[in-house]
Design a protein around this ligand. Structure first.
Ligand code: PHE
Length: 462
């Protein structure tokens, strides 16, 4: 486009937008449950170490790359990779991945919106029924919720970087913090809440094995929105004079703090209602926790806080989930949108219109793949299992391609763009960085053991 690239108006705007992307349903439910099942405080320590020593350097590399190239990942790899085919493929993968994950995340957001709608309408006993979720996903009423979510996401994105993404983040992120704190205070006052806190925080190192370590790394990587091209894209909207390093640290800190705090909501709530729960029997799947387990908790809560109290708690819970999901969804849809705007040289409106149609169609394909449309539910059959379109997207893109994308970034920085260029980029806005210990660490780690570890994770999942 001939017009100048849009920018975030301030460092705070950038931090809130990037934190909005990072804070998602993975933080609120996935992380607390994974921690409780896998050694409590011991898991927390390992997770924190991964955030600091592995994820932060990759995060800085993504942001630096985007700001240097002033393009979406697709254009960034192309421009800084000298137009070679190999790096074009990396750029393509870094654009396809967010696109596919957007479909998957859209389906979950649409369901959350449906549950929010039901909670606000006071239908707690309906959503808590054993067979509700199964019926809900196999019913075309989701199209109504899909339309609503599509409108909300597009209303934000059509405003562009400053009056769309940044403005929405400045409203939604503080709202998210307030709702989370309100729920934490509320559940901590319930009987038995401390049992949950204990399971969550007391370290049990005997639970730690290689699967747990691998899981903690994947969780941290996903939670910080790495490998999805998002931070490259947001980096490209960051002003030259602003400090990427401090901003990156704050984004990582916010994301981790929210995940940690969410555990003080999720676990006490579970143990207040089901004091005899064995943590190991909690479901690994955030989807089944959010849509099957939590509604039962809210229904049971009626006994102590009454129908109105329980409905309000449920409504705030699903609104919190919804806000977390929307800010993530916006960031991930921005990546292919930015790529289309650059590549086709068209307006944001037109690109969003095109994206809206394609995403809606594919979301319907994924959302009907739980039985509504048999072709999509038995999309591929392997190892005797029927895999739905939804499962395939999850397996391929979430589990497998994310670490690969992270690996490619590291290799790109080391072999093509060069580490001193990264240092130079990160030093803009932070002159002390070039001589700091962090710089030495990042340059060393990005070129050596981080790609190695990501390669191992990748090979392990394949
Ligand atoms: N970080 C998000 C989470 O924890 C993951 C995500 C980001 C997913 C952006 C989709 C889009 O849930």
């Amino acid at each position: 486009m001939s017009t100048q690239r849009e920018q975030f108006s301030s460092k705070l705007g950038f931090i809130l937008a990037a934190a909005g992307s990072a804070v998602g349903i993975g933080n609120l439910v996935g992380f607390p449950v994974a921690a409780t099942k896998n050694g409590g405080g011991a898991f927390l320590l390992i997770y924190a170490a991964f955030v600091l020593f592995i994820c932060l350097p990759v995060m800085l590399a993504e942001m630096g790359l985007g700001r240097r190239a002033q393009r979406s990942p697709y254009g960034s790899y192309d421009a800084l990779g000298g137009g070679t085919k190999r790096w074009k493929i990396a750029g393509f993968l870094a654009t396809l991945t967010p696109f596919m994950i957007a479909i998957f995340y859209m389906v979950i957001t649409v369901w959350i919106f449906g549950y929010l709608f039901q909670s606000v309408s006071g239908n707690l006993s309906a959503i808590a029924a054993d067979d509700y979720f199964g019926k809900f996903v196999n019913n075309y009423s989701f199209v109504f919720y899909l339309a609503a979510v599509t409108v909300i996401v597009n209303l934000i994105l059509v405003g562009g970087v400053r009056s769309g993404i940044e403005r929405a983040s400045k409203i939604l992120m503080p709202a998210l913090f307030i709702m989370l704190i309100m729920l934490v205070i509320f559940v901590l006052t319930l009987d038995n809440a401390s049992t949950g806190v204990q399971f969550y925080l007391v370290p049990d190192f005997t639970q730690i094995d290689s699967t747990v370590v691998n899981g903690a790394l994947s969780q941290a990587f996903f939670s910080l929105s790495l490998g999805m091209g998002i931070l490259i894209t947001y980096g490209s909207y960051f002003r030259r004079s602003d400090d990427i390093v401090t901003s990156g640290k704050l984004v990582a800190l916010t994301d981790t703090a929210v995940a940690f705090t969410a555990g003080l909501m999720t676990l006490p709530a579970i143990f207040a209602i089901y004091p005899d729960t064995n943590p190991e029997t909690l479901s690994d799947s955030s989807v089944s926790m959010i849509f099957s387990f939590f509604p039962k908790i809210f229904l049971a809560l009626q006994a102590s806080v009454g129908y109105i109290g329980a409905s309000i708690a449920a409504s705030i819970f699903f609104l919190l989930m919804f806000v977390a999901a929307i800010t993530s969804l916006v960031s991930i849809i921005e990546v292919p949108t930015a790529a289309i705007i650059e590549k086709r040289n068209i307006s944001r409106k037109r690109a969003l219109f095109f994206m809206g149609i394609v995403v809606t169609i594919l979301t319907i394909v994924a959302a009907t793949s739980f039985g509504l449309i048999p072709l999509f539910s038995k999309f591929v059959v392997y190892a005797g299992m029927d895999k739905s379109v939804f499962d395939v997207i999850y397996d391929v893109f979430y589990d497998t391609i994310l670490p690969l994308n992270g690996l490619l970034i590291c290799l790109f920085v080391r072999a093509r763009w060069k580490r001193d260029k990264l240092t130079a980029e990160l030093s803009e806005g932070n002159p002390n960085y070039a001589t700091s210990f962090l710089e030495k660490y990042v340059s060393f780690a990005i070129g050596t053991f981080i790609p190695l570890i990501l390669a191992l994770v990748f090979i392990n999942t394949v």
